[in-house]
Write a protein that binds this ligand. Structure first.
Ligand code: TXA
Ligand code: MG
Length: 353
């Protein structure tokens, strides 16, 4: 298949291109598009064939449900069968934005889109290109992240092109994703809201708006356990760079010393060593390593923004082995660590004194 690659500027969105992208979706085709979190791989949410095509293009298991993207809160009614008060409050506070909510689904949404579930995930992105594209597509775009299954989610069009060129109809390049991690997912189908995937919208922000307790799905908290996650997608191997990745956790001085020691051993075996590091620690590392700066300890948004790109760049640079510092788990740092732990396949080295 020939994939058309187009570039859009969010300050001056070309209506002709947007209309063409919308036509592709209405005709059952697939278009990758930018959002503020990561790039999405979109198809018509009401068309079961489009959802099947999405699974095929991604190489994704079809029991892993897709998120339905809307551009108008009123449209929530058309994809759900029940809208709890809590959801209305969260929509008022965080939509458009990086929050996905789980609802009981409307019978009109095909099970192909929801991976066979009776519930549906819905999000209204804030990215302007995404919003215009969704409107032009008829208002309901089912979309997972636009990566091949297992790879880091794409935060730039060039990574979408790498994974999807030849597999879909169109790729819209709208520049770098602002947040860099996928949306927070909160399940509102039970009495207590449950966070199924942490993200930029934190537990604290959600519980403040609701004025009530919010809990994390057990599978997130007990990371090393075999509790089955409620978001089916969270169970798969994810975000993995080609090289094995180890997280080293402890006091900064100890972490730097340990990574230098392990990295030098790898170097001696002829391996190309890479380190994902906080700005403050960089001067301490051996000069022979590929060093990836993901920002200061105190800027957790920066590490969130850079993590997936960094993992992709390390693939391109041919790293043979990767070490990463652990990040502070406050705010969005919690979400960054959640993705990093998955990328590392739970391989964490804890240094205790
Ligand atoms: O930021 C995002 O959410 C991006 C952009 C493109 O919007 N999308 C994204 O989609 O990350 P995806 O498919 O890569 O991740 C969706 C996650 C999966 O873990 C899936 O299992 C979960 O949402 N999910 C979808 N529908 C669900 C449902 N009804 N119940 C529980 N989990 C659901
Ligand atoms: Mg994904």
């Amino acid at each position: 298949m020939n994939t058309e690659i187009v570039t859009l500027d969010e300050k001056e969105i070309d209506p002709v291109i947007i209309a063409r992208a919308g036509e592709i979706i209405k005709n059952g085709g697939l278009v990758a598009f930018p959002t503020e979190t990561v790039y999405g791989l979109g198809g018509d949410a009401f068309n079961p064939d489009s959802s099947r095509k999405i699974y095929a293009a991604k190489g994704r298991p079809s029991d892993n449900p897709l998120i339905v993207h809307i551009a108008d809160t009123e449209d929530l009614k058309k994809v759900t069968s029940e809208i709890p008060v809590s959801a209305q409050k969260l929509a008022d506070a965080f939509w458009p934005g990086p929050l996905t909510m789980i609802f009981k689904k409307s019978p009109d949404i095909p099970r192909e889109t929801t991976g066979g579930l009776d519930t549906v995930a819905v999000r209204m992105p804030s990215d302007r290109i995404a919003a215009e594209f969704i409107k032009a597509s008829g208002g309901f775009v089912a979309a997972p992240s636009a990566n091949l299954s297992g790879k880091p989610s794409p935060t730039e069009a060039r990574y979408v092109i790498e994974d999807m060129n030849g597999r879909i109809d169109m790729i819209i390049d709208g520049g770098e994703s602002q947040v860099g991690l996928e949306s927070t997912i909160v399940d509102l189908t039970e009495d207590t809201p449950v966070i199924l995937r942490p993200g930029y919208i934190t537990e604290k922000m959600i519980s403040e708006v609701l004025g009530s307790e919010v809990i994390f799905d057990k599978a997130i908290v007990e990371v090393a356990s075999d509790v089955a996650p409620k978001a089916p997608g969270m169970k798969y191997r994810h975000y993995a760079p080609k090289a094995p990745l180890t997280i080293v956790e402890g006091d900064p001085g100890d972490v730097v010393a340990k990574i230098n020691e392990l990295g030098n051993q790898d170097n001696a075996c002829g391996k190309k060593v890479a380190v994902i590091a906080s700005s403050e620690n960089i001067p301490g590392y051996d000069g022979s390593f590929i060093i990836k700066d993901v920002g200061s300890f105190d800027h957790e948004e920066e590490a969130a923004h850079l993590l997936f790109r960094t993992l992709r760049e390390l693939d391109d640079q041919g790293a043979d082995v990767i070490y990463s510092e652990a990040f502070k788990e406050s705010g969005v740092g919690y979400a960054t660590m959640n993705r990093l732990i998955k990328a590392a396949g739970h391989h964490i080295l804890k240094i205790r004194r």
